[in-house]
Design a protein. Structure first.
Ligand code: SAM
Length: 670
């Protein structure tokens, strides 16, 4: 935990806009007293120092398919370097090549300042627009942006040295930007150089505008060879170089079971389960050029209108923990992902979510949560009853937490759209068996048909238990019934999703969804009147004035008048998803048996996995917040690219975590 900086908002950049001798204004940081780019010719400087300094035009031209070329940067600033790298990639790289950009930023620009700074480069306007549209909230953490079909940008907000130490991934070329060492000594410190060496691929290059001694010494100490090369403009010299032998990754010495399996070919991947977990992983892989067969026993596209609404929301712990971090990252990720996928907002609505504090205990909990987490108000804020009423458009008697960026979603239509991503073949069928071989997997369907694939992702919620390889992962089915009420003319509106015990989104297409019940261990698909009654009682408890207004408008709020949607979610014992490679449970129990006697005796044995088998499951009732990020995580792992989460969070989601915990606690093998 100590490795992760606080879960908090970041200060944004403080800018001034002085003009140069030709009257052109450019951004200057008042905090550092330095410019973001040369006011004489910022573009030429970027192209000379960072692109040519890393020999990128030539390297891009020779880059083939497979994993993406990875650029790492300290100091994203206005993004000029990264936008120019993207343009250079488009100009030189072959069509099948992909580019992955990783950049750290301690003081992100506001969206307005970003737009103003980048307006200086009209020929980059298409790229600028894609960046600004997805520009993240200033929250510490990793924010993944999809710049185009071939280019991904991971913004790691926070201090460069801290963020690179948390990065799960390695880099081919570094842009060492950030203000001059004399103006920003806090960034150019030994920890930064150590992180650069530990996150480099063998042969990774670097380039930087500065020739300061602290930089030369720092780089040399960790194994980078540097040389002075001609600079540009008033800077006569700059540094470039490379690292032959990057530092080995020592981060999992105490947790060798979490060492990731080596990458293996993934031309064709089978994904089992076409719900949100499977459909999002299928789409993430297809976008990377992987052929995907998506298998499910029923075809969601054949369903009629269901009016079902799901809610993109999270419940965060009062004290920061890994689960809360992962879920908040997931919420922010899903929001950006939905906006990208469906800018017209046909499949979702960014309504925001209110979490009511119906008891004094809950009010205290919310207040402590806000004290512990200084996050931007655009992410989460506390509202009194009056402000909550204004936000919801209906009288509310209690304070609430407001997540303005949360949303509701049409989950079935979303899955159908994802399954239609080019590169995905849908196959209707029930997979009964998985058999792994030397180079790939054979899936047997009921009826005997077979599918061969290089790798497989299991995304079948609690039914993962049916496959021998995933059956060791504890998963509990949890039945949930949503009630649906057809609204009469003149029924009241609702401006936010409102959650208390259950949730109620703003009505869509004349139907109000509310629920859901929570039935651990229950898989019964039949509608129950008692569940409708429970949902009605919960609705009345949270929103009595809304219910009164519904009655007044003539709504028939009685169990026998309601329709139902029944689903079965899956939960892990610790309520975090399982996302990652599937452990070989038998091998883990053998390899790590000593932990049962002494948890400090950690055998130096990397975790053995079912090679090429992955799982995304246990998303519970918050799958809209967790599944899309888990999909990116798995696709990034399969395609050998940097991950969109800090490594301690990647480990927190590892499907094998319970096996280790059970061993340490001396639990008998199930
Ligand atoms: N690469 C940028 C561009 O293309 O516009 C220009 C970078 S500007 C010269 C330096 C950037 O480094 C600023 O945005 C500043 O906030 C950021 N920075 C300063 N100290 C940092 C630190 N310790 N960690 C991460 N970023 C830092």
């Amino acid at each position: 935990m100590s490795t992760l900086p606080p879960l908090a908002g970041l200060e944004t950049a403080q800018l001034d806009w002085p003009t140069n001798e030709t009257g052109v204004a450019g951004p200057l940081s008042t905090r550092f007293g330095d410019v973001y780019f040369s006011r004489h010719d910022g573009r030429a400087e970027t192209e000379h120092v960072f692109l040519a300094g890393n020999d990128l035009p030539r390297r891009f031209a020779g880059w083939r398919g497979g994993r993406p070329f990875v650029i790492g940067e300290t100091g994203f600033g206005t993004g000029l370097n990264m936008l120019c790298a993207w343009a250079c990639f488009d100009a030189h790289a072959p069509p099948e090549a992909r580019l992955h950009l990783v950049s750290t930023e301690r003081y992100p620009l506001s969206r307005e300042d970003l737009a103003r700074a980048l307006a200086a480069w009209p020929d980059l306007s298409g790229r600028t627009e894609r960046l600004i549209r997805q520009w993240p909230e200033p929250v510490a953490g990793v924010h993944r942006l999809w710049l185009d079909e071939r280019v991904t940008l991971d913004l790691h907000f926070g201090d460069a040295a801290e963020r690179l130490a948390l990065l799960e991934g390695r880099v081919d070329a570094w842009f060492l930007d950030g203000f001059a060492p004399s103006k920003n000594p806090g960034m150019w410190r030994p920890e930064l150089f150590a992180a650069l060496a530990a996150r480099s691929r063998p042969g990774a290059t670097f380039a930087t505008f500065t020739c300061a001694g602290v930089v030369k010494r720092g780089l040399a100490e960790v194994g980078f060879a540097w040389r002075k090369v001609p600079g540009i403009g008033r800077k006569r010299e700059m540094l470039a170089g490379e690292i032959a032998s990057p530092t080995a990754d020592a981060r999992r010495e105490r947790t060798p079971w979490f060492r990731p399996p080596l990458p293996r070919p993934a031309r064709h991947v089978a994904v089992i389960g076409a719900g949100i977990a499977g459909a999002s992983v299928a789409a993430a892989l297809a976008r990377r050029g992987v052929a995907v067969t998506l298998v499910d026993r029923f075809d969601r596209a054949e369903l009629g209108t269901t009016h079902l609404q799901g809610v993109l929301y999270v419940k965060l712990a009062v004290e920061t923990n890994l689960q809360s971090r992962a879920y908040l990252a997931g919420l922010l990720h899903s929001r950006r992902w939905l906006a990208n996928l469906d800018p017209q907002q046909v499949l979702w609505q960014p309504s925001g979510v209110l979490q009511l504090a119906l008891s004094e205990k809950e009010q205290g909990r919310q207040a402590r949560f806000l004290d512990n987490h200084p996050l931007p108000e655009s992410v989460v804020r506390g509202l009194d009853a009056e402000a909550a009423s204004t936000a919801a458009g209906i009288r509310i008697d209690t304070p609430a937490l407001d997540y303005p960026g949360a949303a509701w979603v049409k989950p079935l239509a979303l899955c159908v759209q994802l399954a239609r991503t080019p590169g995905i073949g849908f196959r209707r069928g029930e997979v009964t068996e998985l058999v792994g071989g030397e180079t790939g997997w054979t899936l047997t369907l009921a009826g005997g048909a077979r599918i061969e694939a290089d790798q497989v992702v299991v995304a079948t919620a609690s039914e993962a238990a049916r496959f021998s390889q995933t059956s060791a992962l504890p998963l509990q089915p949890v039945r949930g019934q949503v009630s649906q009420l057809a609204l009469p003319e003149g029924a009241p509106a609702l401006g936010r999703v409102v959650c208390a015990g259950g949730y109620v989104p703003p009505p869509a297409d004349g139907v109000l969804n509310f629920g859901a019940t929570f039935g651990p261990g229950d898989t019964d698909p039949a509608e129950r009147e008692a569940d409708h009654a429970a949902n009605l009682a919960e609705l009345e408890r949270g929103l009595p004035h809304f219910v009164a207004a519904l009655r007044k408008a003539g709504a028939e709020l009685s169990p026998e008048k309601l329709a139902a949607r029944v689903g079965v979610r899956a939960a892990s014992p610790d309520k975090s998803p399982y996302c990652g490679p599937v452990p070989d449970a038998v091998a883990w129990r053998e390899d790590y048996a000593t932990l049962a006697k002494d948890a400090t005796r950690v055998p130096d044995v990397p975790g053995r996995h079912h090679q090429g088998l992955w799982i995304s499951a246990a998303h519970g009732s918050r799958g809209l917040a967790s599944a899309p990020l888990c999909a990116e995580l798995i696709a990034s792992r399969i395609c050998d690219e940097p991950l969109p989460l800090e490594w301690p969070l990647v480990d927190h989601l590892h499907p094998g975590r319970r096996i280790i915990r059970d061993l340490i606690q001396g639990k008998p093998v199930p």
